[in-house]
Write a protein that binds this ligand. Structure first.
Ligand SMILES: [Zn+2]
Length: 409
């Protein structure tokens, strides 16, 4: 039972047919949450689910649950899924592979006449991307209790359109309370969105969890003075201090396997080419798969900040967001690994560098993820690309995992 395979061509045709909705001239997709293209993408998905005789339910945040009955429907269903919404210039696979790969799993079970003990539920989470409505992973966040319905009530897009109104406008506000459905387990198939699997020539990523992260705003204060008349030793150049701190961030991240440092925003004041800056603001995004390693990196950063203070600089760090490392459920991860091995696909274990619905769901339900490689590691981009073989391998592993967890009769 562990080596039944999905129909790769049918999966690919389904992905390409769905990619017609919100299609951009450059090959990408624009299907931001709760837009009319999102509605069309949902409508098509539900039509396909009904063709497979699934029972479709919608919750108060528009998340779609499509269920194939088991032989014992008193048991909690085994769940799988991801998201159908995209970035404004997104690709054809981020999230979509997990939903339509799940549909292909259901089609395979139907085609083969396989009965499972537990029901199987395929989920499309609302607003994973967070480009139109922040924050991202909104519906799974509420499902997992990280966000509340009153948080959502206060959310509007850049045009002032409220999330709740946009949801009603596309007719996807369901009756079910969010979080009312409980699941035995949740497995999400997703593209890696990074280059690791491709670089190693590996077909499947067995995802063990997600990185710990720390987002920080830095302010460094020095003294403005003339760029030509102030000798170097007499300067209190805020940019020079910022440079030393930033260099330390890169060095720290580079010194440990799996460490990441990103300085994505930097601003100098007074922002004049011939005045030494008195203030520099910048952000530091630090990540590591291990909480302890991230803590050590941040402690080393504090040491460098202290030495800048002894040179006379004002240095302030505000940590504005933080998340601990996530470890997926041992049994679910082992199941993914064993199924991948049984199918003969090459694989490696990997820690997710990006946020996913599965990261939130893992707080309330045993969870695992399956990654497929994506070309050059590119995503959130019209160039996002995977092959039919990669999509099929991921869906095969999803099928085997769901079958094992749901109990084939
Ligand atoms: Zn995604």
């Amino acid at each position: 039972m562990d080596n039944i395979e999905v129909n790769g061509n049918q999966l690919w045709d389904t992905l390409m047919a769905h990619a017609e909705i919100g299609k951009l001239d450059n090959g990408g997709i624009c299907r931001e949450a709760l837009t009319d293209t999102d509605r069309q993408g949902r409508d098509l998905f539900i039509r396909w689910c009904r063709e497979e005789n699934l029972d479709v339910g919608i919750d108060a945040l528009g998340t779609i649950y499509a269920t194939r009955p088991g032989t014992d429907n008193a048991l909690e269903p085994v769940a799988m899924g991801s998201h159908l919404d995209t970035q404004p210039t997104g690709g054809k696979f981020d999230g979509i592979l997990g939903v339509l790969g799940g549909l292909e799993v259901i089609r395979t079970l139907n085609r083969e006449g396989i009965r499972t003990r537990r029901p199987v539920t395929l989920i499309n989470w609302t607003n994973e991307e967070g480009s139109r409505f922040q924050p991202s992973m909104l519906a799974s966040g509420v499902y997992a209790g990280v966000l509340t319905m009153s948080d959502v009530a206060g959310i509007s897009d850049a045009d002032g359109i409220r999330f709740t109104d946009a949801l009603a406008a596309i007719s996807y506000r369901g009756d079910e309370p969010v979080g009312a459905r409980k699941f035995h387990s949740y497995t999400e198939l997703h593209i890696e969105q990074g280059p690791v699997l491709e670089n190693e020539g590996v077909s499947v990523g067995v995802v063990t969890g997600a990185q710990a992260m720390s987002w920080n705003r830095f302010t460094v204060n020095g003294r403005a003075s003339h760029a030509g008349t102030t000798p170097m030793p007499s300067r209190l150049d805020a940019m020079a201090a910022a440079n030393r701190i930033i260099s330390t961030c890169y060095a720290l991240a580079g010194s440990v396997d799996g460490g990441c440092a990103t300085i994505g925003v930097i601003r100098a004041e007074p922002c004049s080419h011939n005045t030494i800056p008195h203030t520099v603001h910048f952000t530091v995004d630090m990540r590591h798969p291990d909480d302890g390693e991230l803590e050590r990196m941040l402690a080393d950063l504090e040491t460098v900040m202290a030495s800048e203070r002894t040179r006379g600089f004002g240095v302030h760090r505000e940590e504005f967001a933080t998340a601990p490392a996530v470890h997926f459920d041992e049994t679910c991860v082992r199941t993914v690994r064993e199924i991948t091995e049984a199918l003969g696909y090459s694989f490696r274990e990997i820690v997710s560098g990006a946020g996913h619905d599965a990261v939130y769901i893992s707080r309330v339900c045993p969870t695992a993820m399956i990654f497929t490689p994506c070309k050059d590691g590119i995503s959130h981009n019209p160039l996002e690309s995977i092959t039919l073989a990669e999509a099929k391998a991921g869906a095969d592993v999803l099928l085997g995992t769901v079958l094992r967890l749901a109990g084939a009769e």
